[in-house]
Design a protein around this ligand. Structure first.
Ligand SMILES: NC(=O)c1ccc[n+]([C@@H]2O[C@H](COP(=O)([O-])OP(=O)(O)OC[C@H]3O[C@@H](n4cnc5c(N)ncnc54)[C@H](OP(=O)(O)O)[C@@H]3O)[C@@H](O)[C@H]2O)c1
Length: 306
């Protein structure tokens, strides 16, 4: 099959290669998915740079990519959950970094997969799992619900744009930080935009004079702002800053989970969650997608479409 690989850690795209690799095997409990779309996440190039080496073993050559949407081509022994022809999606991170989704085929655990909702096209379905489940897990751990005022740091990105919508669906008021050019986008998602940077505490306080009851950080380095706008007893999380744990917050690490992904699929079916695709790239342009992601100003999701 065609796939993108790298054979050593690198801070740039110099080790990325597009070529032929053996088709994956499909074992018990797995489904072989023909990839129609695969979301790009900042973690893909962070893993390539070796940034997660202390946490996860990598076996080279690595096929990057942890998101997938596609068609089941085969199922492993005793895997009745899915059948060939099923349209599925998954956050397909494995315990070892090796056999990712930026390829024509990928073997995915049936437990990590959910059926693709008809409400999403392929690119949207490929962009949903990792970012959507990160937003969902953050809001689950914050126990966000009616009566909450939630501040989302990084509301226009892949994760933040989903968190704004999920927070609104759970009945919370949502304030989201973003660049000025994305303020209308935040409003379309149901949030109240504020610009980040100098004066952000005052701008949030102007909207929520008593403070916010919950903060979800999808940027990192926001702890001072978070603590300055949080009402007494407020809860906070970060996906990018583990020091929040020293201040009563939760450091979030998203896990593959087909049942949780199916909950997000149901949100898309009833129109409560939309996936905004900022751009699509063919398999042999993963490097260009990584460059765009590294700039750190994606509106919604970047997606590889083999
Ligand atoms: N721990 C986990 O499980 C987990 C899971 C997923 C993601 N993450 C991490 O979470 C972060 C976000 O991921 P993502 O996929 O959402 O990235 P992304 O799609 O690249 O989002 C980037 C967004 O960050 C915004 N931004 C940049 N600087 C900002 C600042 N100082 N304040 C507020 N917003 C700012 C940008 O907004 P503007 O364009 O409007 O400026 C842009 O929309 C990454 O670091 C990623 O590695 C962690």
């Amino acid at each position: 099959m065609h796939a993108v690989t790298y054979d050593a850690y690198a801070d740039d795209n110099s080790r990325l290669k597009f070529g032929e690799v053996p088709d994956p095997r499909v074992g018990p409990g797995q489904v072989l998915v023909e990839v129609r779309a695969a979301g790009v996440n900042p973690v893909d190039w962070k893993v390539m740079s070796g940034g997660l080496d202390g946490m996860m073993e990598a076996v080279f050559p690595v096929i990057p990519g942890w998101d997938v949407a596609g068609v089941v081509r085969a199922v492993g022994p005793d895997t009745p959950e899915f059948a060939p022809g099923d349209e599925v999606m998954a956050y397909a991170r494995k315990d070892v970094v090796q056999a990712g989704t930026f390829a024509q085929l990928v073997a995915v655990s049936a437990a990590d997969a959910a059926r693709k909702p008809a409400a999403l096209d392929w690119a949207q379905a490929g962009g949903l799992p990792l970012a959507g489940m990160t937003a969902q897990r953050s809001l689950d751990r914050l126990d966000v619900g009616p009566g909450d005022t939630l501040l989302v740091h990084g509301a226009s990105g892949g994760v933040g744009s989903m968190a704004v919508q999920i927070g609104r669906d759970r009945g919370a008021r949502v304030i989201g930080t973003a660049s000025e050019r994305n303020h209308d986008f935040i409003r379309e998602l149901g949030g109240e935009p504020v610009s980040y940077g100098d004066g952000v505490v005052d701008r949030v306080r102007a909207l929520a004079p008593d403070g916010v009851t919950a903060v979800a950080d999808f940027v990192g380095g926001q702890l001072d702002t978070t603590l300055a706008v949080l009402a007494p007893g407020g809860r906070h999380t970060s996906v990018a800053d583990n020091t929040v744990e020293q201040h009563g917050g939760h450091w979030i690490w998203v896990r593959p989970d087909g049942a949780k992904l199916a909950e997000l699929a149901a949100l898309t079916e009833r129109g409560a969650l939309k996936v905004t695709v900022a751009g699509t790239y063919p398999l042999d342009e993963v490097g260009a997608a990584f460059d765009a992601s590294r700039e750190g100003h994606t509106r919604g999701k970047l997606v590889i479409v083999p």
